[in-house]
Design a protein around this ligand. Structure first.
Ligand SMILES: NC(=O)c1ccc[n+]([C@@H]2O[C@H](COP(=O)([O-])OP(=O)(O)OC[C@H]3O[C@@H](n4cnc5c(N)ncnc54)[C@H](OP(=O)(O)O)[C@@H]3O)[C@@H](O)[C@H]2O)c1
Length: 257
C-alpha cells in the first residue's frame, strides 16, 4: 500500500522524487525502490522522520511498536512532521501517545487504491489543524477519493469500503458463474460480469442517478430483469450485503479492543 501511494504521489507530482525519503529495512527492496522511482531510501526510520514534513506510517500493525521505539529513541527535536498512519485498527489515542507533540491523522484506504481507484477515510487527531487535513487529503486523493470522518466511524468505514472489495469480488465471480450456468464460456462470462459492475458504478457516479432509479429504468413490465430482481429479493441479496457490512463493522470493533 505504501508503494501504491508513493507511485501515485510521484506520478501526480504531489511530491517530486527528490523530495521523498523512504525507510525500508530490506536492502534488496531499497535498491529496487531507488531504481524504480529515483527516490532516496534509508534503513533508518528516524532519518526519514527527521527530514520530512509528513511521516507516512505504512507498516503492518504488528511492526508499529518497533517503529515507534525506533522513532522516539532520541530526544524530540523542534522538527515535528505530521504523522499519517494507514495502519488498520491502530487508534488515534495510541498514535497520539506515541507522538505527543505532533499532529496525527489516521487514514483507512482500501485495496483499489493500488490502481488509483481507492476510497480513503481520514480521521484527524486532536492536534491536526485544517492545513494538516488538507495535506492528508492531497496525499490520498492521489490514489482515489477521500472523505473525512470522526474516528468513531472508522470501524463502519472498515466494514463498508475496507472490506467491500471482497464483497464485490464475490458478486463478480457469482455473476460469471451464473453466465456459465446459462451457457456462456467462462472467459466471456467473466468479462461481461466485470464490465457490468464497472459500468454500472460509472453510470451511477456520472449520472447522479439514485440506484433505485437505475433499477427502475432497466426493469420493464413482465421482463427479464424484474424476474432476476425478484429472485435476488427472494434470496435476501440486500439483507446479505447489509449483514456483511455490519458483521465486518462488529469484527473491526472487536479487533480494536
Ligand atoms: N493492503 C491494503 O489494502 C490496506 C488497506 C488499508 C490499510 N492497510 C494498512 O497498510 C499497512 C501496510 O499494509 P501492506 O499490505 O502494504 O503491508 P506490507 O506489504 O507488508 O508493507 C509493509 C512495509 O513495511 C515495511 N517494514 C516492515 N518493518 C518495518 C520497519 N521496522 N521499519 C520500516 N519499514 C518496515 C515492510 O518491509 P519488508 O517487506 O522489507 O519487511 C513493507 O515494505 C498495514 O498496517 C495495513 O493495515 C492496508
Amino acid at each position: 500500500m505504501g508503494e501504491a501511494i508513493l507511485s501515485r504521489l510521484l506520478d501526480k507530482k504531489i511530491y517530486l522524487a527528490n523530495a521523498v525519503l523512504l525507510s525500508e529495512p530490506q536492502q534488496q527492496r531499497r535498491i529496487f525502490l531507488e531504481q524504480k522511482y529515483q527516490i532516496q531510501t534509508t534503513a533508518d526510520n528516524q532519518a526519514a522522520a527527521a527530514a520530512s514534513e509528513v511521516l507516512l506510517l505504512a507498516v503492518k500493525p504488528q511492526a508499529l511498536d518497533t517503529v515507534i521505539a525506533n522513532l522516539t529513541r532520541k530526544k524530540p527535536s523542534s522538527h515535528q512532521p505530521i504523522v499519517i498512519s494507514i495502519l488498520a485498527g491502530v487508534t488515534l489515542q495510541k498514535l497520539e501517545a506515541a507522538f505527543p507533540q505532533q499532529p496525527v491523522i489516521r487514514a483507512m484506504p482500501n485495496t483499489p487504491a493500488t490502481v488509483g481507484a481507492g476510497m480513503t477515510a481520514i480521521a484527524p487527531g486532536t492536534k491536526a489543524r485544517s492545513e494538516h487535513v488538507l495535506k492528508a487529503k492531497s496525499i490520498f486523493e492521489s490514489v482515489g477519493q477521500v472523505v473525512e470522518v470522526p474516528e468513531s466511524l472508522m470501524d463502519a468505514v472498515t466494514g463498508l469500503s475496507g472490506s467491500g472489495p471482497a464483497y464485490i469480488a464475490i458478486a463478480i465471480e457469482a455473476l460469471a458463474d451464473g453466465g456459465v450456468a446459462a451457457g456462456l464460456p467462462r472467459a466471456v462470462a467473466y468479462q461481461l460480469a466485470l464490465q457490468t459492475v464497472l459500468g454500472t458504478a460509472q453510470l451511477l457516479e456520472r449520472s447522479g442517478l439514485h440506484p433505485a432509479q437505475l433499477k427502475d429504468r432497466v426493469t420493464s413490465p413482465g421482463g427479464t430483469t424484474i424476474a432476476g430482481v425478484a429472485e435476488l429479493e427472494r434470496n435476501g441479496f440486500r439483507s446479505a450485503l447489509i449483514q456483511a457490512v455490519k458483521a465486518a463493522y462488529h469484527r473491526s470493533q472487536e479487533l480494536g479492543k
